[in-house]
Each structure stands twice: as C-alpha cells, then as structure tokens.
Design a protein around this ligand. Structure first.
Ligand SMILES: [Zn+2]
Length: 290
C-alpha cells in the first residue's frame, strides 16, 4: 500500500512529506506499458505531483504538473488532488532505455531541456499558473528550484524509481522538506549536510525502511523532534467516465462531427490517462448534431 506522511518539526518551522508510491508507479507503468527509462521519468513526476497535490488546501482543489522538454519522451502531464490521487499522460512511453555514465536510468536525457508548468485549480475563475525552466531535468532539483524561485520557499526534494529487469517497479518514492521563514540557520545547515550523507531514497525503500525510519534517519541524528500530522494513501486514479467522453464529442464543431459521420464508422474515444475506451455509434453521434 502506498502512503504519504505529512508532518513538521516540533520546535522549528520545517514541514515535510515522505512518500512511498511503488504501487501507483507500477500502475502507471502497466497502463502506459513504459520502458524502464520512461517509468523512471514519469514515476518521479507522478510522485512529485502526488506530494504537491496533498499540499493543496481544499478537497476539490487540483494540481497539474506539466514537464515539457525536447527529449524523446515528449510531454508528460500529471494531474493530482488533495487526497493523493494522481494520473499521468506520457507522449512517448516506449522510448529506448537510456542509461547515463553512472549506470543509472537517464531521466535527464529522456526529458531533455525545457520547461515545467504548475497549475493549481482552486475553483477560482483563473487557476494559479507558474512556469520555470528545467535546470537539471532530473525532476527533484527542478521541483526545488520551482519552490525557490516561484514561492521563495527553500526546499529539499528527492525522488526515485527503481526498475526490475522485467520492467516492473521495485520501489518508488520521494520526500520534500520545506523550511519556512525565520527558521534557525543551524537547522538549515544541518539539513543540507544530512541530506548529502544519507543513501538515495530508492536504496532506503528497497531495504524496506518505512517512511518513519527515513524521517528518523534524517532528523534523528540532530535530535530534532517531529510530529506526523497526516497519513494519506495516494493511488493512481483516473476520473474519466462516459459522460465526460460524451461531452468532449459534443464540444466538437458541426464540421468535425459531420466528417466523423461521413466516414460511416463508429467512433472510439480513448482516455490518455488510463487507456479506457468509450464507443459511440453513428446514430448516437447523429443525435449530437441536433
Ligand atoms: Zn481515464
């Protein structure tokens, strides 16, 4: 079972989110039939978006994280919500397996150079929208850079996906730690050093460390006391349905609907997020024209 722990330090303005998203990333891989490098890239983005979704305030708020680079994987769109539900659309999930000099799956090369856009839809007229450059295309650094530049919040972010030889997901997860204003320099210095000392997130998850084990590993040495405020169960979830598919077809113009009818074939609409298909017969499409 996946989970995201949300908490904060008792004596300092530091909040954190620790996520295990192994099941969700495996579901993403299964739906899109991803190659290893595509799983690593999209899995990191899904994990980041799930954590950022949980940070939203109201139940109906939604977040979209869009990574648009010039690499072979193309555009990746993840939509998430405050309950930890997320879904992902990948332009090219079957890219070649790319490995970097360190022998790791080369997410940066798969994504390439480009931009990251975050859209927060909080039910207002205009959703909040912010775009930053990708500074490394490894995703975690790009998320930290986004918070530093767009929201002036010093942030530590780590994301990881480990893929088996048969392409299934061994483990996936990540964490995000944010230092709010007026925090002691001592805590910031400690965090900066400690994060470099601990093993990568995938190694800790692979060794069956729970999120609290990992939180203890980061804050325990410095004897920082913390409290867990929420335990959320994230999951891969698509909210498409027949009514939404029908609305998309109805929103097509008269000309497009006419073209579809001229082909005299039933219409199949496929959801990019979950691959579910919705079929519409000719007679049904005719009624949409009226
Ligand atoms: Zn769907």
């Amino acid at each position: 079972m996946d989970n995201i722990l949300r908490g904060q330090l008792n004596d300092y303005p530091v909040r954190f989110f620790f996520a295990n998203t192994t099941v969700s990333v495996e579901e993403l891989r299964r739906i899109h039939n991803c190659t290893a490098t595509a799983s690593a890239a999209a899995g990191r983005i899904l994990t980041a978006a799930m954590i950022m979704g949980v940070m939203l305030k109201a139940e109906n708020d939604k977040l979209s994280l869009i990574i648009n680079g010039n690499g072979p994987i193309g555009k990746i769109v993840v939509t998430s919500d405050s309950c930890g539900r997320g879904k992902c659309d990948i332009e090219n999930p079957n890219i070649d397996v790319l490995v970097n000099e360190a022998g790791k799956l080369d997410v940066a090369k798969a994504i390439g150079e480009g931009k990251m856009t975050i859209i927060r839809d909080m039910g207002l007229k205009a959703p909040y929208n912010s775009t930053t450059e990708l500074i490394s295309s490894e995703i975690a650094e790009d998320i930290a850079y986004y918070y530093a530049v767009s929201e002036q919040i010093p942030t530590v972010c780590s994301l990881g996906v480990l893929v088996e030889k048969d392409n299934s997901i061994t483990c996936a997860g990540g964490y995000l730690i944010q230092v709010m204003p007026n925090c002691d320099e001592e805590v910031i210095d400690y965090l900066e050093t400690r994060i470099k000392e601990i093993p990568p997130i995938t190694e800790m998850l692979k060794n069956n460390m729970s999120q609290t084990d990992i939180i203890d590993k980061i804050f325990g040495e410095g004897n920082y006391k913390y409290k867990i405020e929420q335990n959320i169960e994230p999951r891969y979830f698509c909210d498409c349905n027949y009514d939404k598919a029908e609305r998309i077809i109805k929103s097509l113009g008269k000309k497009e609907l006419g073209d579809i009818l001229n082909k005299n074939e039933d219409l199949e609409l496929k959801c990019h997020f979950c691959n579910k298909t919705y079929n519409f017969g000719i007679d049904q499409i005719k009624t949409f024209l009226d």
